[in-house]
Write a protein that binds this ligand. Sequence first.
Ligand code: TXA
Ligand code: MG
Length: 318
Amino acid sequence: MAQTGKNISHAAELLLEGKLVAIPTETVYGLAANALNEQAVLSVFEAKQRPFFDPLIIHVPDMESICKYAELKDERLLKLARSFWPGPLTLLLPRNESIPGIVTSGLDNVAVRIPDHPLTLELLKKVGVPLAAPSANPFGYVSPTTAAHVNDQLGSKIDYILDGGECKVGLESTIVGVEEGRVCVYRLGGLSVEDMEVQIGTVELRINNSGDPKAPGQLKSHYAPIKPLFLGDLEKLLKLKDNKKLAIICFGKLNFKSDMNTVYNLSEKASLQEAAINLFKFLRLADLSGAEEVIAQLLPDEGLGRAINDRLKRAACK
Ligand code: TXA
Ligand code: MG
């Protein structure tokens, strides 16, 4: 078990010594290291058992800090940054020499984000270096949205967990960059496509589902719970699997009864925001439950529903 608390000075000291600290953000908890210290970044990959071809996001406290590490010049990206930072947005920006190649897996762009969490913003100001932080889960598993989730899986491998309570968005950041002059979304996340389009007009979706490791981070079998997860019409799945003990992940009003099984309703009032907050927590609970299999339904494919459906499809992919 890692020591857990709200001691920002202690977290900053550890990070400057090259140690690992789990940090709260509005999206999910991150496993942070000093991004300018190659050895520290290396230990992030080791703790997560993450392949080196999957690059890390760096976290900074404000827009002024970005120019030390990367170039934010594109007018549309600037507009997104000004509209949504601090918040669940990550921008892919041309990096300069100060960012070690291990952070970006040798790519010319670095992923940058200003997270929206008071403890982590204070920590970032205090450390004065960018923090490289992937989600604080073993590679391929569901992201953590509480300090306890981090402790359960990575507690023995990290030096401190900064406890900032439950994440208020619950889905990872939306990743955006510019390719061939077009603004492209590479990962759906906590900032909806609709909200971005209000600011900068149509964006292009380039969500990779190929499972090709050269397309960073968007490996198909990601967010995979250990128990088999099936997606579809819940009533049909229930009939098909009536001899099995199931965990059911659903959304909104239920039009069936299921006394035998454990039901996790992402949002009884059909709020996509509430569903986003609950998704990873419920996937974990379903995984830890006595159920043999998990069944889930897709949500409306709009707003945060798109990112939730993306995660459910990846979780179901075996
Ligand atoms: O909300 C989030 O983004 C959280 C919190 C902790 O900030 N972080 C997070 O990190 O989800 P991670 O490592 O689990 O996912 C980052 C994704 C990966 O898919 C990675 O491949 C992609 O970002 N990525 C990072 N740097 C990249 C780069 N230079 N070019 C393309 N993709 C990049
Ligand atoms: Mg992750």
